[in-house]
Design a protein around this ligand. Sequence first.
Ligand SMILES: [Zn+2]
Length: 315
Amino acid sequence: MDAATLTPEWQFLEKCPSCQQNDKNIVGRLVSHNYIFGSRRIALPRGGVALARCNTCGLVYKLAVPTPEFLKTITTLEQAMLWRLPNYDFASEIAAIQAYHPGPTYDLLDVGAAGGELLRAAPYGKGRRSGLDIVQFDGLTVSGGGEFICGQIEDLDLKWSGRPYDVVTALDVLEHIYSPPAAMANLRAVTKPGGIVIIETGDTDSIAPDELSLWYYLAYFEHHIAWNAQSITAIADRFAFDVVSLERKRHKLVEKETFELKAFIKYHCFKLNPKTYHALQYWGGFAGSTPIKPNAKDHIRCILRRLPLPRHYAS
Ligand SMILES: [Zn+2]
């Protein structure tokens, strides 16, 4: 496909993609007319992108999202501009594993493994180290008899060894998925009975309801949904996981509180008048996106334990 003439393709939702109910409130509309993705500016669909909150399970979801095929095409074209992960030691995630998994040895599967950063941070020689991602990026190596699983966690025909894991991590993954039930079914399959799943994702409870449309997190082209404690607990229960821990946190790359005058000014200019801010950026030719609120504690870490026997799992 010719990159210059790429036309966005959208799909439109009515029902909640998690619980499938159609009882929702419209809680806002994205303020920008464009998404910024890699080096590109992608015009929003006609009518913009409305944000809905499900009244049944609490999930926040966009009523218009790129088709999976279009997202895949543009991700492939923009690969060089994306997936830059600054140095991060994953000490906090490894500590969470050690707090909830008994003993120093565990088989680990990292969903959204990118360059294998988390796998390298985990103790070496203490179990299988495996990764799942859409492509095997440079630097991702598996060890201890581990495997690389090519695909997405919501794929219906995921090809893997069939040998489940003690610990499965999904850090900054669940906001990208189209079908939460399909993802949860696979997470259940890849986790041993009694094993844990560690999820990190954005937390809509950290944002005032009337500010969701200003949240940088939903201004990402590839973020289709946003979770909170209620919506995670609802789907965990449905797929027979116990929620053993819920913790509000910063995003893993901005764990430490800092003060940057530029970021502070940017965010407050944006908040003053979001439409003008975006319009000025557009006409100024800047490929800017919605600014991040400095030092926002707007993520959640959730630890689920797979119940040994299905409690009321439907299939
Ligand atoms: Zn729902």
